[in-house]
Design a protein around this ligand. Structure first.
Ligand code: SF4
Length: 191
C-alpha cells in the first residue's frame, strides 16, 4: 500500500535540503511546493526557485511552482510594512503562503501538509505554526507541525548547503527584510 501523499511548502533550497534528502531516503511520496510571492526582486525569486528545483531534481523529489504574484503579497501585508522581522507582517506573510498551499493540497488530493518556513534560526517556529493553524482551521487535512531542525536535520542541512554549493541568500525574502539586512546581517550568512 502506498504511503501518504505529502506536500511540503518551501521557501528556498537551503531551508528545505535536509528535509528533501530525508524524504527521498525514506522513499516518501512527497512534493515540494514553491509559492513565495514575498520574494523581492523578481531576479531573486528566479534564483531561489531555480535552486529549489535543482535540489528536488538532485534528490528525485517532485517539484511544483505556483505563479509569482507579488501584488497579492503586497495586499496581504498592507499596513504592516514597517513591522520588524518576526512581527505581524511575517504572520500575515506565512498565513498567505500556507493558505495557498492548503488550497493546492486539497485540489491535488494530498493527505498531509508541512512546511519548512520555520527552519531558519532567524524564524520563530511557534509563529509559523500559529499561522499554519489559522490557515488550516477549516481544513480536514492535517498540518504536520514538526520541528525540522531536530533529529540531526540542522547538521545535515548545514552539510548539504556546503556540499551542494547552494545559493545562500542573506535576507528573508521581502523588500523590507532586504532593506534591514543591508544594515544588520553579516555578509554571506544564510538566512
Ligand atoms: S521578513 Fe520574511 S517572513 Fe517576514 S514578511 Fe518578509 S519575507 Fe515574509
Amino acid at each position: 500500500m502506498p504511503g501518504p501523499k505529502l506536500l511540503i511548502l518551501s521557501c528556498c533550497a537551503p531551508c528545505s535540503c535536509a528535509v528533501i534528502k530525508k524524504m527521498a531516503d525514506e522513499g516518501a511520496d512527497a512534493t515540494v511546493l514553491f509559492y513565495n510571492p514575498n520574494i523581492y526582486p523578481s531576479a531573486e525569486y528566479e534564483k531561489r526557485r531555480d535552486e529549489q528545483r535543482r535540489i528536488c531534481e538532485h534528490f528525485g523529489l517532485k517539484f511544483a511552482e505556483l505563479p509569482y504574484e507579488p501584488e497579492e503579497w503586497d495586499k496581504a501585508v498592507a499596513g504592516l510594512e514597517s513591522e520588524p522581522e518576526r512581527g505581524r507582517r511575517c504572520s500575515e506573510c506565512f498565513y498567505m503562503r500556507l493558505k495557498k498551499a492548503q488550497d493546492y493540497a486539497l485540489e491535488h488530493k494530498f493527505d498531509a501538509l508541512t512546511s519548512v518556513l520555520g527552519v531558519s534560526r532567524y524564524k520563530d517556529l511557534a509563529q509559523v505554526n500559529a499561522s499554519a493553524r489559522r490557515a488550516w482551521a477549516e481544513s480536514v487535512k492535517p498540518y504536520w507541525a514538526t520541528n525540522w531542525r531536530k533529529g540531526g536535520l540542522e547538521e545535515l542541512r548545514r552539510a548539504l548547503i556546503k556540499e551542494l554549493g547552494l545559493y545562500a541568500q542573506t535576507y528573508c525574502g521581502c523588500k523590507y527584510s532586504l532593506a534591514s539586512s543591508l544594515n544588520n546581517r553579516p555578509s554571506g550568512e544564510n538566512k
